[in-house]
Design a protein around this ligand. Sequence first.
Ligand SMILES: Cc1ncc(C[n+]2csc(CCOP(=O)(O)OP(=O)(O)O)c2C)c(N)n1
Length: 488
Amino acid sequence: MNFASAVAEAFFQEIPLLILTADRPKEWIGQMDGQAIYQENIFAKNICKSYSLQMGDLHPDNDWYINRVINEAIFKSKSNICSPVHINFGFREPFYPNPEDITNSKSEKIIIRYNSHKVINKYIWENLVTLLLSYNKILIVVGQMQPNIKFKKQFEKFISESNIPVLADINSNIQYLSNGILHSDLIVNNIDKERINELKPEILITFGNQIVSKNIKNYLKNNKPKTHIHIQENDEIIDTFQTVTHILNVSLETFVLEIVNQVRIKGDKKYLETWKNKDKITKKAIEEYTEIEPNSEFSIIYNITNYVPKNSIIHTANSLSVRYLNMISSAYTLNYCNRGTSGIDGCTSTAIGSAMVSTEITTLITGDVAFFYDRNAFWHNYVPSNLRIIILNNQGGAIFGHVEGSKIQPELEEYFIGKNQLTAKNICNENNIIYTNLLPNQLNKEVLNKFYESSTKPKIMEITSNGSETSENMITLKKIIKKYLDVS
Ligand SMILES: Cc1ncc(C[n+]2csc(CCOP(=O)(O)OP(=O)(O)O)c2C)c(N)n1
C-alpha cells in the first residue's frame, strides 16, 4: 500500500515500472495474524497488469509457470504501452533459509523477445497526406514526455520546414524549438475574446501525456479545430480537448521520420508569425512585471530559472510551482513533475531519486505543504550532494487562494490553505543538509551563486514568501500582459 502513490503516478505517466511484493499465505489473511492483508490486485485499476505467484509449490509446472510469468512481466514492464506491472509473491514459513540451503543451481530461462515497431502503411499515409494538406493553420500541442534527443532533432527539422507553431508543455522536454511558443498559457489566458480567433487552429496534432495549463485546455475546447490527430502507441481513445477526430497508433520516432519523407507540409506562415509575435510580446510583459514586482513568487521563480545551470534538471512540485514554471518556461533544462496524478505526495522523493541517478545539479522547486508532506524523503543514507531544493514557504497551500471555487469559501484560510508555521530548519539539521532562509528581497545573484557552488552536502534554500499577495500579483501580471497583447 505504501507503493500506491508511486504506482498510480507511473501508470498515468506511462512510465515503465516493475513492482515486486512479498505476501503472507492466503489462509492466514483475516485470522488475526500479523502483517497479513489482501495484496492480490492491491493497486486495482491503477496498474497495467498484476500477477500473483505462490512460492514453494513442489509441482514441476509451478517453476515453469513462475519463470514464464516473470519473463512476461519484464517484457510488459519495459514497454510504455503497458506499465507498471506488479508481481505478488506468496511465501509460506520458513521465510529465512538456512545458509547451507541457498543454492544457485537452478538456471532460470530468459526468453528473448524480438520487438518490432508499428509502421504507417501506404493507405494510411495517403489518407494522412490528404488530411494534412486540406488546411494551412496547423498547430502542434505537446504534453509531458521523457527527454528524447534523437526525436527532438527530427521533430525540429519537420516543424521548421513546415511553419508549424508548437505549444509544448513545461514537462514535454521539447520546448526549445525554432517554432516553440514558450508563453502560450499566458497568451491564451489574456488575449481578447474577439482576437483569439487569430490563434484558432484548423488542424491540431497532439502527442505526449498531460499538459499543465488549464488555459490551453479551455482555449482548445472553445476553439475547436476541424481535424485533430492524436499520436499515441496504445489503443485507448484519449480526447483531452474533446476534439479528437483521428488517432495514429505509432511511435513518435516513426511518425516524424516518415512524415518528412512523405509529405511537404507548408503551414500558414502568417499563423506562425502571429503566435511568435504574441510570444515575444508576452516575454516583454513578463520582464516588465518582474521589475515592478520583484518579490512576488512568480518573479522569484523567473529569476531562479534565469540562473539555474543550463542542461541541469528541474523538478517542480504540485501545484503553484509547476504552474509558475509552465507560464515562464525553462527551455534549457530538463523538467520533471509528477503530473500523472498531480499529487503533492512524493514530489521531494522523486527529485531525490532523480538526483541520485544523475551527476547534473538537480533543483526541486516546491511549496511548503508539498515539502513537509514528504519529509520522509530524506530518511535514508543516500541524499546526494547535487540536490538543491528551493522552498517557497507561503505558510500553506496558497494555490487555493487562486482557485475560483475555493477562494471565495469562508473556510479558505483555515481548511483549504491550512496555515502553518513550519520551517525546514530542523529537517536540514537532522539530515545534514546546508540550510539558508531568506526573504524574497534578499534573493540576488551572490546568494544564487553560492547556492549553486559545488558542495559535499545537499542544500536547501527556504524563501519566506507571501501567499496572500499571490493572487493580487497575478492580477497585476495579467493587466500588464493584456496591455501589450491588446495593441499587438
Ligand atoms: C496527495 C495529495 N493530496 C492533496 C492534494 C491537493 N493539493 C493540491 S495543491 C495542494 C497544496 C500545496 O501547497 P504547497 O505545497 O504549499 O504549494 P502552493 O499552494 O504554494 O503551490 C494540495 C493540498 C494533492 N494534489 N495531492
